[in-house]
Ligand binder design. Structure first.
Ligand SMILES: *[C@@H]1O[C@H](CO)[C@@H](O)[C@H](O)[C@H]1NC(C)=O
Ligand SMILES: *[C@@H]1O[C@H](CO)[C@@H](O)[C@H](O)[C@H]1NC(C)=O
Ligand SMILES: *[C@@H]1O[C@H](CO)[C@@H](O)[C@H](O)[C@H]1NC(C)=O
Length: 507
């Protein structure tokens, strides 16, 4: 498709198609990795999680923080590639070949080839522990595991270890970056030599969330891939427009200074919390959605970074779930999904399988091939976002039940959906009824950023929420002067503008 310039008529058709069928714009396939952390007591069983990831998302790779057999079994037959982790504490004991072979036989071999284990991470951010014994054993254990894999003819399984950005002595500007003195030649040169020899990646955990200056809006925009004035690296004459690129290029510079700039990089962890302590500026639902959404578009665009042009970094978002047993508020809120599998914030643009549309390339998509048939197979409902205020939800109820023409009998006091008699529950019913009756477009569930699309049926035994199939016959009347009541219509236009921009970017 890059070869031929489409005629202007063709472009117009595409533009029209994009506007009419939002599902089309995202037909570029977004490859997404996630970290599946489990510091929680309320997560669904691994089999449920694996089935959910496979059937409802575009996530195609998962990183585990251990080699939990239930999880490895759960991903059997899914084709999702799995990175397992050797816990830090086990590193010293696996530095000999027989020990590595025994670990492999017990923890990995039983699950191959049904489960696609593609990489073993030896510990996590080991340098940051400052534990001399662990640090001294990283490379010997990486080597012994690699040798054990080779002896088992599993040469495709890579061995690596993820690092925090604390391994750098400085990182601003990127050209000034180098590995911490004392670790550079003694630790990193041999590790990078191992990666070059075994064709495995250097894994890093960049977190712009920890790098921006909360007192400057400009700095937050720079961290979130939003328009900003850029940060100039005078030594290289590069104008960095986002912090992620700057952090990746800082790693690149540190590797280059040791002569290993050819080694592949994998982003083992990055993310943004949706809730934080009061002193943690920047933690919000909108910022988390912006960071993760823009990050995925960026790493999948093929643009690379200023110093690593055209490279696509395999990237693992931290984290799949909100984990309720983590120590701090923000650490508990890095998740894309709640434990009940509902999204924490709007993810549809970049993660819901539905938004990825048919697997065919854009050239195969014409307006006559309506994507509606493919999208109707997966049911969706609209519910309030967790952070929506009761006042906003009451306004949604008032709008839906008095101005939009929706029949709200089921949530009146003898109706089947009256109980539980809470604003949140009534708003869920009303917002969903409106969303379905309006045609089930994502923007019909926006309600001024108070609505969220879910794939989990909110119906109870007595109360049935309409879905796309049962909503036929319902119609919403869109009032003339509704802008003040429902920002949804306002956003409708914004949404289409965004689609047009995305269409131009991707076709
Ligand atoms: C590995 O492959 C070689 C050559 O094909 C074969 O001789 C050997 O038995 C294999 N080893 C294992 C553990 O499968
Ligand atoms: C860097 O890029 C930004 C965004 O495109 C632009 O506003 C800024 O003027 C540029 N700065 C320099 C020094 O080129
Ligand atoms: C990157 O891709 C662009 C566009 O395809 C091409 O012009 C450029 O030469 C490539 N750069 C490198 C370093 O491969």
């Amino acid at each position: 498709m890059a070869q031929t310039q489409p005629s202007s008529r063709h472009s117009l058709l595409l533009l029209l198609a994009c506007t009419l069928f939002p599902q089309l714009y995202a037909s570029y396939t977004t490859k997404i990795g996630v970290n599946y952390g489990t510091v929680a007591d309320n997560l669904p069983p691994p089999s449920t999680v694996a089935a959910f990831i496979k059937s409802q998302t575009t996530i195609d790779r998962v990183k585990l923080f251990d080699a939990n057999p239930d999880m490895l079994r759960a991903f059997a037959g899914t084709g999702i590639s799995i990175t397992v982790t050797v816990p830090n504490a086990a590193i010293p004991s696996l530095s000999t070949l027989p020990a590595a072979q025994a670990w492999l036989s017990e923890n990995i071999l039983p699950f191959l080839p049904q489960t696609a284990v593609t990489r073993i991470a030896v510990g996590n951010e080991v340098l940051a522990t400052s534990d001399k014994t662990l640090i001294a054993h990283i490379l010997p254990t990486m080597k012994s595991l690699h040798d054990a894999l080779s002896l088992a003819n599993l040469t495709a399984v890579q061995v690596s270890t993820p690092h925090s950005l604390g391994i750098l002595a400085s990182s601003e500007p990127p050209s000034a970056a180098s590995f911490r003195r004392g670790y550079d030649k003694a630790i990193f040169a041999p590790i990078l030599e191992f990666h070059r020899r075994t064709k495995s990646p250097f894994m890093v955990n960049p977190y712009p969330f920890f790098g921006f200056d909360p007192s400057r809006a400009e700095s937050l925009n720079y961290a979130l891939f939003k328009p900003n004035g850029g940060v100039w690296d005078a030594a290289t004459s590069v104008n960095y427009t986002n912090m992620f690129d700057a952090q990746m290029d800082a790693i690149f510079w540190a590797m280059k200074k040791l002569g290993y700039e050819d080694v592949e990089l994998v982003v083992a962890e990055t993310g943004w919390p949706s809730v934080g302590e009061t002193n943690e500026a920047g933690a919000s639902f909108d910022n988390a959605a912006s960071y993760n959404g823009n990050l995925m578009k960026h790493v999948n665009s093929g643009k690379g970074t200023p110093l690593m042009p055209n490279r696509t970094f395999e990237t693992f978002i931290f984290s799949l779930f909100n984990e309720n047993l983590k120590p701090t508020v923000s650490e508990r809120n890095y998740g894309l999904f709640n434990p009940d599998l509902t999204p924490v914030y709007h993810l549809d643009d970049f993660i819901a399988r539905e938004a990825a549309g048919p697997a065919s390339g854009p050239t195969a998509l014409t307006p006559s091939e309506s994507p509606l048939s493919s999208s109707s197979s997966k049911k969706k409902w609209c519910v309030p976002r967790r952070d929506a205020s009761e006042a906003a939800l009451q306004a949604n109820i008032d709008f839906v039940c008095s101005s939009s023409g929706i029949e709200c009998g089921p949530i009146k006091d003898v109706g089947p959906c009256f109980k539980p008699n809470t604003i949140r529950s009534h708003a869920a019913y009303a917002m969903n009824a409106y969303y379905q009756a309006s045609g089930g477009h994502d923007f019909d569930c926006d309600f001024g950023h108070t609505g969220l699309i879910t794939y989990t049926d909110p119906s109870s035994q007595t109360c049935t929420y309409p879905d796309a199939a049962t909503a036929t016959g319902l119609t919403a009347r869109k009032p003339d002067r509704a802008a003040s009541l429902t920002p949804a219509f306002h956003n409708n236009h914004l949404f289409i503008c965004v689609q047009i921009i995305i269409c131009f970017t991707f076709f």
